[in-house]
Write a new protein. Structure first.
Length: 160
């Protein structure tokens, strides 16, 4: 099922920007929405890899206008993204990597994907020639993910 609204937390944006694959989001979804809080998170740090995401004309920043639900166990970027998904009023796909955020999205019945899933989808749709190469680049840049998850993703795209 296609999702009319795709909301992203900071981690997938930063991870894909680090390996020069941010364009995959545009190829997969067209427009991606982020909250003001997420914008602030991707602009933090020395080399600001997420700045490329903000400069992309297909990433749109939306106001954080919903104070509830609070999601006290999540960081504010994850919480603001999930609040937006709860309140937007149409089916959403949330791009999120952190375990607690993913668990909360599942509890809320919100469709989700993470950086690995995005790379798998991009490989299946022919947007990249190798998922393995993308995963190796992520690992070289200290992206933290269980080896077993990468192994499973590679099997899904026939590179296992």
């Amino acid at each position: 099922m296609a999702h009319p609204v795709v909301l992203s937390d900071a981690s997938p944006l930063i991870a894909l920007a680090l390996i020069d694959r941010l364009n995959l989001l545009h190829s997969l979804f067209g427009e991606v929405l982020i909250t003001e809080v997420v914008k602030g998170e991707v602009l933090v740090g020395g080399d600001k890899p997420g700045e490329t995401a903000i400069e992309a004309n297909w990433i749109r920043v939306i106001a954080d206008q919903w104070p509830e639900p609070q999601f006290p166990d999540l960081d504010e970027g994850e919480a603001s993204t999930l609040r937006a998904a709860v309140h937007i009023g149409v089916p959403c796909l949330v791009l999120i990597d952190e375990r607690a955020g993913r668990a909360t999205a599942r509890e809320l019945g919100i469709a989700l994907s993470g950086t690995l899933g995005l790379i798998v989808q991009a490989r299946k749709r022919g947007f990249i020639p190798s998922a393995r190469a993308a995963f190796e680049q992520l690992l070289e840049r200290d992206f933290r993910v269980a080896t077993e998850m990468i192994r499973e993703a590679l099997v899904q795209v026939g590179e296992g």
